[in-house]
Design a protein around this ligand. Structure first.
Ligand SMILES: *[C@@H]1O[C@H](CO)[C@@H](O)[C@H](O)[C@H]1NC(C)=O
Ligand SMILES: *[C@@H]1O[C@H](CO)[C@@H](O)[C@H](O)[C@H]1NC(C)=O
Ligand SMILES: *[C@@H]1O[C@H](CO)[C@@H](O)[C@H](O)[C@H]1NC(C)=O
Ligand SMILES: *[C@@H]1O[C@H](CO)[C@@H](O)[C@H](O)[C@H]1NC(C)=O
Length: 127
């Protein structure tokens, strides 16, 4: 009896995790390419905190935009300028999904480089 219960719970968790998995796949944009610049910055520097501000500003402004948004943070020499652009036929939900995803992935692909660009089918992000 208890093994039947256990089995039911297992099946329930399995279906829950597969639906979460499907959601992740749908939200994931189609990666095309990226280029990291050869200039690097130091981790935990002023540059990095400005970059974090710019990336979160891009991600949080993607839903109200017309598919384009730019942001800056800080003062020279640690000033960071960033922008994103979405494909014009996409709605703001899809646009934001892509920008949110890109803003995380770009820092994984180019962890300490200044000046990066990443392209997806749906959007590009540049700083
Ligand atoms: C970075 O350096 C490599 C080799 O030094 C060079 O081939 C490449 O073109 C440089 N990239 C940029 C974006 O300047
Ligand atoms: C954008 O997202 C914010 C926070 O998630 C929300 O409050 C706002 O209504 C959204 N704007 C649009 C145009 O969807
Ligand atoms: C964004 O771009 C526009 C037009 O290119 C420019 O006028 C504006 O100053 C930029 N905004 C920021 C925050 O850099
Ligand atoms: C936006 O487009 C996606 C993909 O075509 C679609 O699944 C989604 O329902 C659309 N969302 C809105 C709010 O129109």
């Amino acid at each position: 009896m208890s093994s039947v219960k256990f089995f039911m719970i297992f099946v329930f968790l399995l279906s829950l995790s597969s639906s979460l998995f499907t959601f992740t796949i749908e939200a994931k944009p189609n990666y095309l390419n990226n280029v990291c610049s050869n200039n690097t910055f130091t981790r935990n520097s002023a540059y990095q905190s400005n970059l974090n501000l710019v990336l979160s500003s891009l991600a949080s402004n993607a839903n109200g935009s017309d598919g384009f948004f730019n942001a800056t943070a800080g003062q020279n020499p640690n000033r960071v300028y960033g922008l994103f652009q979405c494909r014009s036929d996409l709605n703001t939900t899809t646009c934001q999904d892509c920008v949110v995803y890109a803003s995380t992935e770009v820092t994984q692909r180019c962890p300490t480089q200044k000046g990066n660009i990443i392209w997806y089918d749906e959007c590009l992000l540049h700083y």
